[in-house]
Design a protein around this ligand. Sequence first.
Ligand code: CA
Ligand code: CA
Ligand code: CA
Ligand code: CA
Length: 380
Amino acid sequence: MSVANGQYVTVGQEVGKVGSTGQSTGPHLHYEQEADGVNQPIVIDGVALRYSSTPARHTSGNCGGGGLKLGGSPTDFSGDGKADVVTFTHGAAADVYAATSTGSGFSGTTVKWNDYFALSGEVPSSGDFDGDGKDDIVTFTRGSLADVYVALSSGSAFSGGVKWNDFFAVGGEVPATGDFDGDGKDDIVTFTNDANGDAFVALSDGSEFGAGVKWHDFLAPNGEFPAVADVNGDGKDDVVVFTQGTRGDVFVSLSTGSGFAPATLAHEFFAPGAEQPRVGDVNGDGKDDIVTFTSNADRDVYVALSDGAKFGPGVKWNDSFTPAGEFPYVGDFDGDGKDDIVTFTKNASADVYVGLSTGSSFGAGAKWHDLFGLPGETAF
Ligand SMILES: [Ca+2]
Ligand SMILES: [Ca+2]
Ligand SMILES: [Ca+2]
Ligand SMILES: [Ca+2]
């Protein structure tokens, strides 16, 4: 904090800096304005901030999924070739709702797929861990327990959570999923994301994840943003690292099937600052590309296509998609082989918009669902 308790402040004065402490998963600042215990409207840089829906706490709601380093994961829970969406309520209920794609919308507003999974503070993700063609869900407790639970998809529900690893992604590490050995079953990776920059992988055997093995000893250090993608299209998932900040460098570390090769610079200025980087094969050539959402008043979406080793120039594929505060993601929602974009507004109306890929641009956002991914939930 930049000011003392009880200090008088004026418009334009710095009251605190963004940081990452406690249970947080990314830089953010808790901020609230109260008068006699009642929340007052907050506007910062012309953007109105909402409050959490939890009545016992008056906390700004800008600390939700936006801080999570979720770069992309498979979400075809029904196994029909079209990506679906899922939301984790966390809190006491810890419910999981999924809405499946019809190719032109998401259906199933209130279809609960699991009623106790991914408690508050845990990091959920998705992948096909048993290799049956239907994507499953995983949750990383992190902290000192560092347990990993999987709930397999039946195509219309997720099973009860089963512990697949009992020591992986410790403390505030950044976990992700991908098929790193190319056997058709998605595995897990965790980045210590600190000065050590270690990356550990635990391979799936279809019913559990093996012990974590160090696959790289300096990848995505110091809060950089790691994502998992098959950049060279060989069937083994690789790691893409966005340094963000003022450099905006992008590094790629290819999977050898048993380790990650030395990282190479693959793009020189992409997803700088607080932009939201993602990965996916947006032109359908079998090689995963990089996407960034400026997530500001410009609402721009830029793409850089993979040539198998590097990413080409950044090109604007949509100029009005994701304003600040929303959570964008990537998936092939219409099943044409080209990954599309989705955004969860994460406000009171909790709308979900999709922009379909033409192979060289994303179409205008169309509302595919009108109440999904409420404030405080993790939806992707
Ligand atoms: Ca695998
Ligand atoms: Ca690869
Ligand atoms: Ca591609
Ligand atoms: Ca598509």
